[in-house]
Ligand binder design. Structure first.
Ligand SMILES: Cc1cc2nc3c(=O)[nH]c(=O)nc-3n(C[C@H](O)[C@H](O)[C@H](O)COP(=O)(O)OP(=O)(O)OC[C@H]3O[C@@H](n4cnc5c(N)ncnc54)[C@H](O)[C@@H]3O)c2cc1C
Length: 473
């Protein structure tokens, strides 16, 4: 080995949630040369992020274990890990592990344990350091990138990967009057707030997607016996994930549609054909998903925005379906006459002693009703970087090293994830993974998408590290 190969190539990963931890794992598993990896992540444990930090056993991953191995070349890896480890973490193994939907907290333990395994087995003396701090500033240069932490430390690296996840929107103006009211929960994952609602007669759930399922499953597991009033603006209501036969690859049979309207028309035709054949529409997302990146890439911004404005709500309840076990809490509450869904928009919330009065606009009316609890189940996802108030995001944009994507979703980058500056310069040593690439790829947040991105990113970084390149650095 060339003597210079002993100098470690340094990589800073900003954000140690799922995407950041997985990128580090793939780098450690695949490198032939010594790496010095630093993850900046304020959370105590790496790999969990928002999704896999919840400790409630009824919050489940939204796909079967057979689909969520961290190693696509070993699809049974998660199933085997569960078989050996789940009982250690207090989960009773189901008869069919591959078809089961494990708790998200357990999945986070899987990611964390796999990262520990990768660190222990790291080749070539590679190391991983977790700094429990946030990045506050990035200073780019052609050969080195510097990152300032919120604790004032300055870290220099050959490569930086931005794995920042998704940001919470600022509270809606309607929330301000009740933000500190004991009957209000700004998120369905606030266990203490949910505990306080146990005696409520009726709870208002704002949003009807996966977060609503988490909220109902949490309340039912606590023994709540009151009623739920679920509202959504477009009248969509999430369904559980069924084991549907995948639809045929109908998008491959014709030139790609380039407008949102044309795509909708093709999908509607296919859906009608499935219905006529007595088949489940849930076969559709499996057939559509592999084409999303190409469809998104080929579409003009105006069509992308049309899709986001008019079809996103429909796509979200088509693509994202709930784990059957947690969804059972929803169907049971509906069967008991305790859960009602209404198409309505929340106009205002005001404290009314121990209750909260909510003003709802339905298609026909405006009505004000009091609730013993209100849970914001909108999913807390702000993708528009121009509206994110996080100081690091602001600093990245203000410095001009990063620019918002032209659609407003996430940031501009090449299809591989190399970040593009305000002037249009491609940073070859700053990349992004996951949610920041929403505008580049549209679907960039699920386990399977981020798994593919992490492998590609690790390979791209390692591909630059030929012995000569490393010797020169
Ligand atoms: C509640 C929920 C449930 C989900 N369930 C599923 C599921 O079942 N299946 C599925 O496929 N997908 C699911 N998802 C999608 C999910 O987005 C991904 O699976 C994955 O967790 C996203 O990982 P990430 O690393 O992009 O974001 P995160 O895991 O959220 O990680 C981002 C991290 O960046 C850190 N960070 C942010 N700014 C800074 C900074 N300036 N400095 C340092 N660190 C910073 C944050 O602290 C955070 O930990 C779910 C998402 C949510 C929100």
């Amino acid at each position: 080995m060339h003597p210079d190969l002993h100098s470690h190539h340094s990589i800073v990963i900003v954000g140690g949630g799922f995407a950041g931890a997985l990128t580090a794992m793939k780098l450690l598993d695949r490198t032939e040369v010594p790496l010095s990896i630093t993850i900046l992540e304020p959370r105590e444990e790496l790999g969990r992020g928002v999704a896999y930090s919840t400790t409630e056993a009824v919050h489940l991953v939204n796909g079967p274990a057979a689909t969520f191995s961290l190693h696509p070349e070993d699809p049974d890896h998660l199933v085997h890990w569960l078989a050996y480890n789940a009982s250690r973490y207090g989960w009773t193994l189901p008869a069919d592990i591959a078809a089961s939907f494990p708790p998200r907290h357990l999945y986070g333990s899987y990611v964390r344990d796999e990262l520990s395994r990768a660190i222990a087995q790291a080749r070539a003396g590679s190391t991983l350091r977790h700094i429990r701090s946030s990045a506050s500033e990035l200073i780019a240069a052609p050969h080195k990138v510097r990152i300032k932490t919120s604790d004032g430390e300055l870290i220099e690296a050959d490569e930086v990967a931005l794995a920042l996840g998704v940001f919470q929107p600022n509270p809606a103006p309607q929330e301000a009057p009740v933000a500190s009211h004991p009957a209000f929960a700004a998120s369905p994952w606030d266990a203490a707030a949910l505990d306080r609602m146990m005696e409520a007669g009726e709870i208002l759930l704002i949003g009807s997607s996966l977060s609503m399922v988490d909220a109902v499953a949490s309340m039912e597991s606590r023994g709540f016996r009151g009623r739920y009033h679920v509202i959504s603006r477009r009248g969509q209501f999430i369904e559980d994930r069924r084991d549907a036969e995948p639809a045929r690859d109908f998008l491959a049979e014709r030139p790609s549609p380039t407008t949102a309207r044309a795509l909708l028309s093709i999908v509607k035709t296919e859906r009608r054909a499935l219905a006529a054949a007595g088949k489940d529409w849930q076969g559709l997302p499996v057939a559509i998903r592999p084409h999303i990146l190409t469809l998104w890439q080929k579409a003009e911004d105006v069509e992308r925005l049309r899709f986001a404005r008019h079809l996103r709500a429909f796509w979200d309840v088509t693509a994202h379906r709930a784990a059957p076990d947690s969804y059972r809490a929803v169907t049971q509450a509906i069967a008991d006459g305790r859960l009602r869904h209404q198409t309505a928009r929340l106009l205002a919330m005001t404290p009314a002693n121990s209750l909260i009065a909510a003003t709802l606009k339905t298609r026909a009316d405006v009505e004000t009703r009091s609730f013993g609890g209100i849970i914001d189940c909108r999913g807390h996802q702000l993708h528009d970087w121009r509206r994110i108030s996080d100081p690091f995001v602001r600093s990245l944009l203000d410095s001009g090293e990063v620019r918002p994507h032209s659609t407003g979703f996430g940031i501009d980058a090449t299809i591989e994830g190399d970040v593009i500056s305000e002037e249009g310069r491609i940073h070859r040593n700053i990349s992004a993974i996951g949610h920041p690439l929403r505008g580049v790829a549209w679907e960039s947040s699920s386990i399977t998408e981020q798994r593919a991105q992490a492998i590609a990113l690790a390979d791209r970084i390692l591909g630059k590290l030929t012995p000569l390149a490393l010797a020169a650095s």
